[in-house]
Design a protein around this ligand. Sequence first.
Ligand SMILES: *[C@@H]1O[C@H](CO)[C@@H](O)[C@H](O)[C@H]1NC(C)=O
Ligand SMILES: *[C@@H]1O[C@H](CO)[C@@H](O)[C@H](O)[C@H]1NC(C)=O
Ligand SMILES: *[C@@H]1O[C@H](CO)[C@@H](O)[C@H](O)[C@H]1NC(C)=O
Length: 259
Amino acid sequence: MAAYRLAIAFAIAQVGLAQNGPTTVLKYKEWNSIGCQGDSTSARALKHLVAVASPNVTVESCLDSCAAGGYILGGVEFGDECYCGNALLYAYGASQACDKLCSGNASEFCGGPKALNLYQFADTPFTTGPASLVFEYKRWQWWGCMDELFPLGPRLLPHGPLAPIPGEQMTVERCLDGCEAAGYNAAGLEAGQECYCDFVEKGGPGAQPLGWESTNNFECADPCLANATEICGGLVPHSSATTEGRLTAYLTCDYFDRC
Ligand SMILES: *[C@@H]1O[C@H](CO)[C@@H](O)[C@H](O)[C@H]1NC(C)=O
Ligand SMILES: *[C@@H]1O[C@H](CO)[C@@H](O)[C@H](O)[C@H]1NC(C)=O
Ligand SMILES: *[C@@H]1O[C@H](CO)[C@@H](O)[C@H](O)[C@H]1NC(C)=O
């Protein structure tokens, strides 16, 4: 009888443990879990940083922040970090390392080392890297990867699209449409999230616009923040403290007298 009671007490304790142990939040408001995804500290899968080394991160607080910013992806990492984004910029694949408790609630998991508990808002489609070049779009033709002159000089392409495009919404199509709507024949995307336009004339070497300098194509490799399958320029280290932009540059058929 005593052994029987002990067994029952043990079974109840087991159930109790299972109920009180930490859980992976699978659903919260309109957000759904899409698993544990690998990440990298040098090239983050989600671009927008909300919190790092924060004592109050929970899945709910992180996703509320991402929803308030209008993002379609949110993720918690390393127990105390929160990120949002509109594309999964790099595809690191599924991870098994989401085993850290949330700094703001030890009853739930908040990712792990180089691992995101990732959530998607209202089943909204999103893109995943790797990024590649868009060579042609409507009247636009890819030209090359150009050196940005700023901040040592004026911007290579000093103008902007007709309506400003928030960095988090950047795609190649939006930038080219925006520059075309403003009447320009040259456009460039930079650092994954910037769009510049200009009116240029021939005169450089190899029919290149005057003043443009091509650089190695591999320096333009940043995914666009709103479409991770497209390249939107780059950002390369210049010295230990500064960076220099690279532009994925486009010209219209007008420039080539080919319309
Ligand atoms: C944590 O608390 C701070 C200060 O109250 C707040 O600004 C921040 O948004 C919170 N972080 C999260 C992830 O909720
Ligand atoms: C902590 O997380 C658990 C599991 O998600 C949840 O049931 C509970 O309400 C949370 N506590 C607080 C204070 O948010
Ligand atoms: C993302 O880019 C690819 C390649 O340019 C394009 O085919 C696709 O329609 C784009 N998707 C979104 C959601 O912008």
